[in-house]
Design a protein around this ligand. Structure first.
Ligand code: CP3
Length: 347
């Protein structure tokens, strides 16, 4: 049997500095409930964390959207809350209610968090990455990830998701030194977890800062920008070639330019980001995004038009096509197929 020569990944080419036309494509939350094959395996596993911590299952779920849509990158199936779980924080996912954690709200609880991550929790993630990398073709990149310290802290302090992240924001305002200790622990844990994923075979890592947009400018600098810069420095100290994507959802144009100055390989844009203003950032870093996930559900002419606008606005700069946030469970598969076709069509 003759083998195809190894192909270069267009996704990695953009992260490494090239402009690609058409842009490489993947979708946040691309493995998930909108896929019937995901729902079937999820039912077999019984619960979400079993799916995450069983390498065979996590590998299979990671590969499902690649088989269906041939995206240019796979993202390892896991969750940002694996990090607090690996720091000994109780975690469960209750049907229809989202995550529940044992809240970490005072200096004693933060001081009691261990220095290192529990390998019983992180090991299955690294094994799933090694298995997935071995199963993927060379041109399909594999992304590892973690939550940014700020976003992970919002769940740890509240013990669940909240509308306005008020519990973490109040702790940060009332007891900044206590909150700083939590962020510092999460910076170290994030560096270790991302390095573990890179060593296991992840070609790039993405840091999800879902709640970056709720902080004022001072707080953004302290709780989002500084921890991100420290994580990047910690990774590059050990792996100078490591590729890092930052996704500070809801961040202002000013905040995005501060993040670009760290030297990350790409910045994820949510759908509210103004591409005409941000285009010049594309000289410093690749831009990833930014279709509104609701447009993908609604479909029709408005979807085609926005895909074309995104491609045109970012034509000639380093661009990775993605959604502006995760795909929702109610998204019709036919609309994802249409997206793939329109993103890969000649401009
Ligand atoms: O992108 C991918 O396909 C990789 C897997 C992935 C998941 N979660 C799987 C998941 C990734 C990258 C995440 C990130 C994540 N997890 C974030 C940051 C990005 C974002 O979407 O804002 C956050 C805040 C979490 C925490 C989390 N996990 C919440 C709040 C929930 C419940 C809400 C929901 O969508 O159900 C989860 C559960 C979760 N994580 C599911 C999946 C596929 C659904 C679980 C199920 O099958 O019932």
């Amino acid at each position: 049997m003759t083998r195809e020569p190894a192909q270069r990944s267009s996704f990695l080419a953009v992260l490494d500095g090239q402009v690609m036309t058409p842009p490489p494509l993947w979708m946040m939350r691309q493995a998930g409930r909108y896929l019937p094959e995901y729902r079937a395996l999820r039912a077999k596993a019984g619960d979400f964390l079993t799916l995450c911590y069983t390498p065979e299952f996590a590998t299979e779920v990671t590969l499902q959207p690649i088989r269906r849509f041939d995206f240019d990158a796979a993202i390892i199936f896991s969750d940002i809350l694996v990090v607090p779980h690996a720091l000994g924080v109780g975690l469960r996912f209750e049907a229809g209610e989202g995550p529940r954690l044992d809240p970490v709200t005072d200096a004693a609880a933060i001081a009691a968090l261990p220095e290192t991550l529990d390998p019983a929790r992180t090991g299955p993630v690294y094994e799933a990455i090694a298995r997935t990398r071995a199963a993927l073709r060379s041109e399909t990149a594999l992304i590892g990830f973690c939550g940014a310290p700020w976003t992970v802290a919002t769940y740890m302090v509240a013990g669940c998701g909240t509308d306005d992240q008020a519990p973490a924001r109040m702790l940060a305002l009332r007891e900044p030194a206590v909150f700083q200790a939590l962020i510092d622990r999460l910076v170290e844990a994030s560096i270790a977890h991302l390095l573990g994923q890179i060593e296991a075979g992840a070609d790039a890592v993405q840091i999800f800062d879902t709640w970056a947009g709720v902080l004022d400018r001072q707080s953004f600098e302290r709780w989002c920008l500084d921890p991100l810069a420290r994580i990047a420095a910690g990774i590059w100290a050990k792996k100078p070639e490591a590729r890092i994507i930052a996704f500070p959802k809801g961040a202002s144009a000013h905040a995005l330019s501060r993040i670009a100055a760290i030297g990350v390989n790409a910045i994820g844009l949510d759908w509210t980001a103004d591409r005409s203003v941000l285009r010049k950032l594309g000289e410093k870093t690749a831009l990833q995004g930014n279709l509104d996930p609701l447009r993908l559900i609604a479909g029709g002419a408005q979807l085609d038009e926005e895909i074309l606008r995104i491609r045109t606005d970012l034509d000639g700069v380093r661009h990775i096509f993605n959604l502006g946030h995760g795909i929702r469970p109610e998204t019709p598969i036919a609309h994802v197929e249409r997206l793939v076709e329109r993103v890969r069509a000649p401009l």
